[in-house]
Design a protein around this ligand. Structure first.
Ligand SMILES: Cc1cc2nc3c(=O)[nH]c(=O)nc-3n(C[C@H](O)[C@H](O)[C@H](O)COP(=O)(O)O)c2cc1C
Length: 190
């Protein structure tokens, strides 16, 4: 049995999906690839894998367009087990249901075996926070659920779609988010 984790963030490095891939691979210790803005048009052969986990951000309530295009070209064997981890910027993880549903529908369309996944809200800045020891507590629920999901993946078991949010109080998350938007806007203005 071979397992592959796909990072579907368009960012080349330091994406929040990258932080999630690293957490997952701590348990799975398996192959990983990135489908990003550089390679999404390539024909990628994944026929060696029996299990594939898509880890990607929610963009406009959907799959980022580069990943969507890549999905149509991927060579995946029928009946491959598919899991997904979708992260989003809004603190309410319910937004990620769209992303998980799209991967489930893609699996049905391609005769793949969708086995479930995790939808995670409040992931803006996750990669940075994970590099700061004092802020590690913010991903406590993510760590717990990724460990749980890993066990299901290792046993090839179906996993009920599960929705969680980072452990940051909503008001603080929104406050920091607003500061960061404004800082980015200042950069554009200057
Ligand atoms: C173009 C764009 C569209 C986005 N759309 C949504 C959205 O619909 N809902 C949401 O909660 N977050 C949205 N976000 C926020 C991202 O999902 C969030 O920042 C995510 O953590 C980025 O993950 P990454 O670093 O792995 O790329 C969007 C971000 C961008 C750049």
């Amino acid at each position: 049995m071979k397992t592959l984790i796909i990072n579907g963030s368009p960012k080349i490095k330091n994406s929040n999906s990258e932080a999630l891939v690293n957490k997952l691979n701590h348990y799975l210790n398996t192959d990983t690839i990135q489908i990003n803005i550089k390679n999404y048009k390539e024909n990628i052969d994944l026929s060696n894998y029996n299990t594939i986990i898509f880890v990607f951000p929610l963009y406009v309530d959907g799959i980022p367009s580069h990943l969507l295009e890549a999905l149509t070209n991927l060579n995946i064997n029928e009946s491959t087990n598919i899991y997904a981890i979708v992260n989003c910027g809004f603190p309410e993880s319910a937004h990620t249901k769209q992303g998980l549903d799209l991967i489930r529908n893609y699996s049905i369309h391609r005769n793949l075996n969708y086995k479930g996944g995790l939808g995670i809200g409040g992931c803006g800045g996750l990669n940075g926070m994970n590099k700061n020891k004092l802020l590690k507590f913010t991903s406590k629920s993510i760590d717990k659920n990724i460990e749980e999901l890993s066990e299901f993946i290792l046993n090839n078991d179906p996993y009920d779609n599960t929705y969680i949010t980072t452990n940051i109080p909503n008001s603080i998350y929104r406050y920091i988010g607003n500061l960061s938007w404004k800082k980015d806007l200042d950069k554009i203005d200057s």
